[in-house]
Design a protein around this ligand. Sequence first.
Ligand SMILES: [Zn+2]
Length: 294
Amino acid sequence: MGTEVDEEYLDACPLCKGRRLDDYLESNGRSIVQCKNCGLLFVNPRPGQAAIRKLFLNEYIESEERVSEHFTDWRHDSLKREAALVQELLPAGGRLLDLGTASGAFLGFFCGQDHWHVEGIEPSAYAARSASERYGVPVHPGFLQDRQYPDNSFDVVTSLDAFMFHPQPQEDLAEIARILRPGGLLAVEIPGLRFRLLKNSGLLCRLIYGAPARLNAGVHLFYYSRETLGRLMAQHGMREELGVPERSPLHGSTVFRLLSKSYYAVASAAYRITSGASWVPVPKEFLIYRKETS
Ligand SMILES: [Zn+2]
């Protein structure tokens, strides 16, 4: 194990290849840098590839409690709404692949619909088995690159609250673009960048958590905005079709839930009125891209 590289330094921005990377802030003992050319925020240096794989294979989801609370109950409303939106965009149904399936609750909303054929890929073997058993859909343990699907295999690929964990976004998007049919959809839920920076860094973070930043750096590797993610998608022939606000996982005391719901109602109204202006701090964004047909 002593020869294993446990840190990786990126000397260029993975989005635009820019080499001017300025320190942006520190969180969890790691530095988050910003590309001066395109604005992308990412952790640098970051854990090595082996450490990242190990985290998601063995540690990130390891208990029934985490599956049933964090990835099912707390996320129920969001996952249900996101599934409904995908179904509305593709009323004829089709083949759907969900990356980072976690509990499988999202795929559960497609069960019993004969015109949908859904499957998932989930690094955690524990979570993959649990999701397969619970919803009766195939959930393959491991990573996308292990699967080697034929070209144009899917009508929809989804990545819900997971793409910021992908250490090689360019390689993964090239693979997604390859297995998605022309005109197919890629639906991605990301944390709202403005919201996260407001809540998890700076003054508010010091007041709430007593720490200068709490951005889970090292587990989260990228901090995308709608703009930076849109540029990345465009490099793989995918154009944004739709962006809608989403809420935070709903949990905690009655008072906390009420505050969270009220906050979301106001922020999502502002998001819709401004067509998703980047200064509006919504907890999550659900963005849908379409693969170009030519
Ligand atoms: Zn850049």
